[in-house]
Design a protein around this ligand. Structure first.
Ligand SMILES: O=c1[nH]c(=O)c2ncn([C@@H]3O[C@H](COP(=O)(O)OP(=O)(O)OP(=O)(O)O)[C@@H](O)[C@H]3O)c2[nH]1
Length: 210
């Protein structure tokens, strides 16, 4: 059984499109403060695996606004819950000239207690870069942790617009990709292009073939 460790039901709906076997584990692992998603996901996966004692998948994601140097990035959930997405959109509109570029990024971290076979390895360059960044960024207290974690990443570019649509979750109404906001797309259409969809497509093919 694979446990998808998240408190966010929007994430679970999207993950189910890729993996039927996925079972939500509503466990609020410790999210460290870090500029990148990778280290947060790795720590979370190790903690969740030790908590659950069975294979886990942790998903750390965020919205990175180019003109704000990537803010809110790893703090996206906190900013969504404190300011709200309308305030974020108004701030972006006031402070940044069009086209107000942004991207969504997602890092999936898988841990089942075992080491991973180095080959065959379908993981792409983006995933290797994320893994390298995690190694480089690890703080002293975690660098020695021997529990292996495998990373899969996805990202999608778009721009911040006035809210449109009522599907999806989080910032979806203010994130436009190719003329359509994520909240205006069906779940299938969002998954086909989204950060999470791309990361899950890579994870699912690796998981099913391993
Ligand atoms: O419009 C959105 N469409 C998406 O597809 C999406 N993916 C992430 N986000 C935002 O980024 C935070 C992740 O934060 P996050 O990875 O820490 O997760 P979370 O706190 O919601 O739940 P958990 O999985 O940690 O339990 C979320 O809360 C959202 O604000 C998204 N917004």
């Amino acid at each position: 059984m694979l446990r998808y460790v998240t408190t966010n039901s929007g994430k679970v709906r999207e993950a189910r499109e890729y993996l039927d076997a996925v079972e939500q584990l509503n466990y609020d692992y410790t999210e460290i403060q870090a500029a990148e998603l990778g280290p947060i996901a790795v720590r979370g996966a190790r903690e969740a695996y030790r908590h659950a004692g069975e294979p886990v998948l942790v998903d750390d994601a965020g919205l990175f606004v180019e003109g704000f140097d990537g803010f809110p990035g790893p703090y996206s959930a906190f900013v969504e819950h404190t300011l709200g997405i309308e305030t974020v959109q108004r701030l972006v509109a006031r402070e940044i000239d069009a086209p107000r570029r942004a991207s969504f990024r997602c890092v999936l971290a898988y841990c089942d207690g075992d080491a991973f076979d180095a080959s065959p390895d379908p993981v792409d360059r983006e995933d290797r870069a994320a893994a390298a960044a995690v190694g480089a960024d690890d703080d002293a207290d975690d660098a020695d942790d021997p529990l292996p974690v495998k990373l899969f990443t996805g990202s999608v570019r778009g721009r911040i617009v006035e809210p449109r649509g009522d599907g999806g979750f989080g910032y979806d109404p203010i994130f436009e990709h190719d003329g359509t906001t994520f909240a205006e797309m069906s779940a299938e259409a969002k998954n086909a292009v989204s950060h999470r969809g791309r990361a899950f497509a890579k994870f699912a093919s690796w998981y099913q073939e391993r």
